[in-house]
Design a protein around this ligand. Structure first.
Ligand code: ADP
Ligand code: MG
Ligand code: ZN
Length: 476
């Protein structure tokens, strides 16, 4: 009956060495206010100079999402008074942003590919940080002037889960592009969620509410769902006009509720105007070619994995969802691992165990070179799949990465030697002349019985593939 409309504004902190308009380091762990200078303190007379690296990274994002990248862009001032902004305005881009009209594909709720438009992405300077201790408030300006890329989507998402899907894709992309560490806990990747509803079939959008500054996928989902529910209820109760108006709300993590923060400012309230201290940003040929320097993107990887490596779409998406995972996987292949085994041993065996330990692939105690030598031991028949699982468990429990010595220690080596296996086979056959008769007269199922007996007699150490092969020979 109702259709949900969501658009996101995502603030991505660019991972440049220095701030957007001065040469102060972008590091917040430092002593408060130590990474500051007359420019980021907004002292009179100090002039901003734009950081080329930040412009290149913004452009790189634009090229990656097939956008119109403006080789000339401008900075504007957005006025507001707040203690953590010493200039009383923010330098941002309103009239001519560096990136316009991009697009990104996500998996829509109907299971099909859906294109989300990226209306624009613009550069802006971050504010400082206020800290409140009892009745005293302090301001740390280490963060003031840090470069942000604000990525604005069209109102294209139709549910909370589509919003999260888009956000995850975006998060993964900026990490692939190496333009941000996108650490959500530390606030390097945070977003404002705009939510409205409308009766199905209505052309005009409903009134949008903006929920500010959310920094986890889970909270985006919760906040959007709460807000959708609130708006629908208001509509059904006939109080939509009274209870839903264009405003900014905050999401309370503890209660799971959004609360009104302030009425939404109109552009006029900000008194935007071009910053007279900054000249237009004109990208040079060199900057453009640097911006276009990026490796294979997740969508292209998925295509290659599916078409060339014959990996299942689902697995390809799991592996490419995270840059580090894709790198690890490709290292396995470069290490000579069989594709199919590499997929299972990475996505199921290793990731399953890391999840249980609360570890991610970046800090996996088992390096890709170690896992690929373990996989090689399965491929060449040295150990069974079951044995390899034991080795992996042992490695994680004991921080030991020596595959050969662990196989030795755990006695997992399979017997693949023809002579030794034939000896066992002949022994089993000699004990079961009646079963051989039955088998020869057509009871094929007995083959499994023989395999089982041989495996048992070898105490599980015989290579099952070899056992099958040699038994067939003997019985024919
Ligand atoms: P402003 O500049 O006032 O913040 P924008 O037009 O830039 O407004 O839109 C901000 C965000 O709100 C965009 O991501 C956009 O997609 C989204 N948005 C706009 N209208 C709606 C709506 N009716 N419902 C949900 N989201 C919306
Ligand atoms: Mg906005
Ligand atoms: Zn500075």
């Amino acid at each position: 009956m109702f259709e949900v409309v969501i658009g996101l504004e995502v603030h991505v902190q660019l991972n440049t060495k220095t701030k957007l308009f001065c040469s102060c380091a972008t590091s917040f762990a430092a002593e408060p206010n130590s990474n500051t200078c007359p420019t980021c303190l907004a002292l009179p007379g100090a002039l901003p100079v734009v950081n080329k690296e930040a412009v290149i990274k913004a452009m790189r994002f634009g090229y990656a999402v097939d956008a119109d990248v403006n080789e000339t862009s401008f900075f504007d001032r957005k006025s507001y008074f707040y203690p953590d902004s010493p200039s009383a305005y923010q330098i941002t881009q309103l009239y001519k942003a560096v990136v316009k009209n991009g697009k990104m594909a996500i998996n829509g709720d109907d299971g099909r590919e859906k294109i989300i438009t990226i209306t624009q992405a613009h550069l802006e300077a971050d504010a400082g940080k206020s800290m409140h201790e009892g009745s005293i408030s302090k301001v740390d300006l280490n963060r003031a002037g840090t470069p942000l890329l604000e990525i604005v989507s069209g109102p294209d998402m139709r549910s909370a889960s589509e919003a999260v899907e888009y956000l995850k894709k975006l998060h993964s992309l900026v990490r692939y592009l190496d333009i941000s560490d996108a650490n959500m806990q530390e606030g390097s990747f945070r977003c404002d969620v705009n939510v409205s509803i409308r009766p199905k079939g209505q052309k005009e959008f409903g009134t949008r509410v903006e929920i500010k500054n959310i920094n986890s996928f889970k909270f985006v989902k919760q906040a959007a769902e709460y807000e959708i529910e609130r708006q629908i209820e208001a509509y059904e109760d006939g109080v939509y006009e009274d209870e839903v108006w264009q405003e900014t709300r905050l999401f309370n993590v503890e209660s799971g509720v959004t609360k009104s923060m302030r009425g939404k400012e109109e552009a006029a309230d900000y008194r935007y105007f071009p910053d007279p201290d900054l000249r237009p940003v004109v990208a040079t040929k060199e900057m453009i070619s640097k911006a276009k320097e990026f490796g294979e993107l997740p969508a292209q990887k998925v295509e290659r994995y599916v078409n060339e490596l014959k990996i299942k779409l689902y697995d390809a998406e799991v592996i490419t969802a995270q840059k580090e995972l894709a790198i690890y996987f490709e290292e396995l292949l470069n290490g000579g691992s069989d594709v199919k085994l590499a997929v299972t041993w990475l996505t199921q065996e290793l990731l399953g165990r890391l999840n249980k330990l609360g570890l991610s692939i970046e800090n996996s105690p088992v390096a890709s070179s170690v896992l690929s030598s373990l996989i090689a031991k399965i491929t060449d028949g040295t150990i069974s799949g079951k044995g390899a699982k034991d080795v992996l468990d042992y490695m994680l429990e004991n921080e030991d990465s020596n595959v050969d010595s662990i196989i030795e220690k755990l006695g997992l080596k399979q017997v693949s030697d023809d002579g030794a296996i034939l000896e066992i086979i002949d022994d089993i056959l000699a004990k079961n002349p009646d079963k051989i008769e039955e088998y020869k007269s057509g009871k094929d199922k007995l083959f499994g019985f023989f395999v089982g007996q041989v495996m048992k007699a070898s105490k599980g150490s015989a290579n099952p593939a070899k056992v099958n092969e040699l038994l067939k020979q003997r019985l024919s």
